[in-house]
Design a protein around this ligand. Sequence first.
Ligand SMILES: Nc1ncnc2c1ncn2[C@@H]1O[C@H](COP(=O)(O)OP(=O)(O)O)[C@@H](O)[C@H]1O
Ligand SMILES: [Mg+2]
Length: 365
Amino acid sequence: MTETPYLSIRSVGKSYRGVTALHDIDLDVEQGAFVALLGPSGCGKSTLLQILAGLLEPDHGEVRLAGADITRLPPWKRNIGLVFQNYALFPHLSIRQNVRFGLDMMGMGATEAEARVDEALAMVGLDPGLSRRPDELSGGQQQRVAIARAIAIRPRLLLLDEPLSNLDAVLRQKVRLELRELHNRTGITTIMVTHDQAEALATADRIAVMEAGRLLQYEAPQGLYRNPATAFIAGFIGNPAANLLPVIAHDGASWSLPGGALWQPDAALSPARNGVATGAACRMALRPETLALGPAAPGGLAGRIAAVEFTGGEHLVHVEAGQTRLSVRLPAGTPIEGPDIWLFPPKEGPLLFDANTGRRLPNPN
Ligand SMILES: Nc1ncnc2c1ncn2[C@@H]1O[C@H](COP(=O)(O)OP(=O)(O)O)[C@@H](O)[C@H]1O
Ligand SMILES: [Mg+2]
């Protein structure tokens, strides 16, 4: 017998005037988990989050929380904390009044509510003596107030919709770490919407990747990174993301590349070894940190260095190979001889995807 998940989303679908925003989403979230909903703008992340919050009703499907069907339960009966990109603080209320808002709605007595406000402000690292108005605070502080307001009610779920998007890059990294630490301390089951793959990898226990209203993959960050289910995910996760090399099986031993050049890789990467029929089109994902550069040798791919970016800890080398461009990450200090260079992919386990469906081809054993 499998245990009932804490949050369970079953066949949830939603259309807006004929446009399908969500197709039959199934997702389970364990109690205490931090889950990221990750995908490009317009893929349906906010729609799903609003269904969880009770702000939107799905056209079909069911949402269950702690064993109960909450699909049609109004938001105020769900005990869910919500944080948006734009903070959405009440401008006419003081910081403390903002944080106390949900507690007053619950009808909590003043003494207990004030203690909860102190606790929530301390949790997000704000001075509990703060009596200022929201517009006197910086963006980062305003977002901390919004988070304090959401957690003060001790919610059953904390829902965050792009909570870091309005912050500058430095603050974004700082607050994302604070969110993770807050989660470690409180254990509140958290679902965060983001279009930023680095943010999802850094904070979440599990990432649900969405594209065009569908859930593509639901995995821990490392699993998603190592075993992307589709070319889209491989080309989306990582900094920079995987290079996607378009290849067509020329024969059992070699691939033809865009422009017609032939590449005969190590046997492990050959079409025959990977069960790819001659003439079939694939995309081979090559992670920038797994590629090596060197002088001409068997198995390599001839290229030319177009540019090298120094990022402090490493070099990001941009190599043109025929009509494609690949990025290669090398530790700082690695000697780079160019401009003519050969690229060497790792010899084991290529990530190959069907060029038409985008789906991963099974790895040979
Ligand atoms: N209120 C609405 N009316 C009509 N279409 C909407 C509405 N809200 C969202 N959509 C559409 O639904 C799709 C998913 O939107 P959304 O859930 O906001 O995506 P995301 O949060 O991933 O950017 C998009 O195509 C968007 O244009
Ligand atoms: Mg959104």
